[in-house]
Ligand binder design. Structure first.
Ligand code: GLU
Length: 319
């Protein structure tokens, strides 16, 4: 696949109905690719069997269609880089896990969740510099003994170097992290066998030739990890745009759990053009909130217009 091609993706987790924040991310991923004549992929990030359901994935597809945001390849459309559901890609992830192992970067970790949290730098990564995982320094013999004694499978971590990873985000200024200090060795496979988001998304973006990643700012701190992992696994780095978050009138982040502004509510209140008009006004793409179709937004789309700061919604949404 040509490394020159502009390829983006929308990668929702089908753990509930889309909310307005997901619509914002989908709209910007769509505009970014459509204004660059690129290819847009829809990928379902349904790694977690406890949270994800097929019916939510099907509903996301219908909600995107209702919004008029189409895609060229992926879930519901097929294409040469499938499967486009992470739950069907486990063998591919296992290949890359083995590659990390052959590089000597993978180690088993038996810490319990509470031990891990106690050693965790808040909101940054899995372990802080002063709480490095004790499992990292076990000898092969100690590991074998643990495997035999513990009676429960370990999680698997990747050992990060003391390297600083920097990149310039298309919305959020330059950003860097010293991996060992700011993030620490992170889990790539959970003890229940589920592949962790960081590995899956890096492998998928790499294998699908993604050059443009557009997603919410809540994932900004994951990006240095993914850039490092991507280089380590031999993929070309993507460019990143982390979009402002939408906050409820009381300052909370919108969430699926709280059913904040979900598509059921939004579709009852608005037409697609009404909703997109209001959203594009909030983002700074248009001077007023009058109805607009996605196609009408393409010609004048520019990342320079998008504001960096989180957006607090008024009650009732949005103006
Ligand atoms: N699946 C993630 C979500 O729904 C997005 C991951 C990504 O864009 O890298 O929040």
């Amino acid at each position: 696949m040509s490394t020159e091609a502009v390829r983006g993706r929308f990668a929702p987790t089908p753990s509930g109905r889309m909310h307005l924040g997901n619509v914002l991310a989908a709209l910007l991923a769509w505009l970014d690719i459509r204004s660059a004549d690129g290819t847009l992929i829809l990928r379902m990030e349904d790694l977690d069997p406890d949270r994800c359901r097929e019916e939510y994935a099907a509903q996301i597809l219908r909600d995107l269609e209702w919004l008029g945001l189409d895609w060229d390849e992926g879930y519901g459309a097929g294409g040469p880089n499938g499967p486009y559901r992470q739950s069907r890609r486990k063998d591919l992830y296992m290949d890359y896990l083995r590659r990390l192992e052959s590089l000597g970067l993978l180690y088993p970790c038996w810490c319990t969740r509470s031990q891990r949290l106690a050693a965790c730098a808040p909101h940054k990564g899995d372990i802080s510099s002063d709480g490095a995982c004790p499992c990292r320094s076990f000898s092969q013999d100690q590991r074998r003994k643990k495997m035999a004694d513990q009676g429960r499978p370990p999680a698997w971590r990747v050992a990060v170097p003391a390297e600083t990873i920097s990149f310039t985000d298309g919305v959020q200024w330059p950003y860097s992290q010293q991996l060992e200090k700011d993030c620490g060795d992170f889990i790539v496979r959970r003890s229940d066998g589920v592949i962790a988001y960081q590995l899956a998304v890096t492998v998928d973006d790499g294998m699908m030739g993604i050059s443009h990643v557009v997603r919410g700012r809540d994932l900004l701190s994951s990006t240095p990890r993914q850039l490092w992992l991507s280089g380590t696994l031999g993929f070309s780095p993507a460019s990143f745009w982390h979009t402002p978050m939408l906050l409820a009138p009381d300052g909370r982040r919108l969430s699926k759990r709280d059913l904040d502004m979900d598509m059921e509510y939004l579709r009852r209140l608005f037409t697609p053009e009404d909703l997109l008009g209001r959203l594009s006004f909030l983002l700074g793409l248009r001077p007023d909130a009058s109805p607009v179709s996605p196609q009408e937004l393409v010609a004048s789309f520019s990342w320079d217009k998008i504001q960096k700061n989180d957006i607090v919604l008024r009650d009732p949404f949005p103006v």
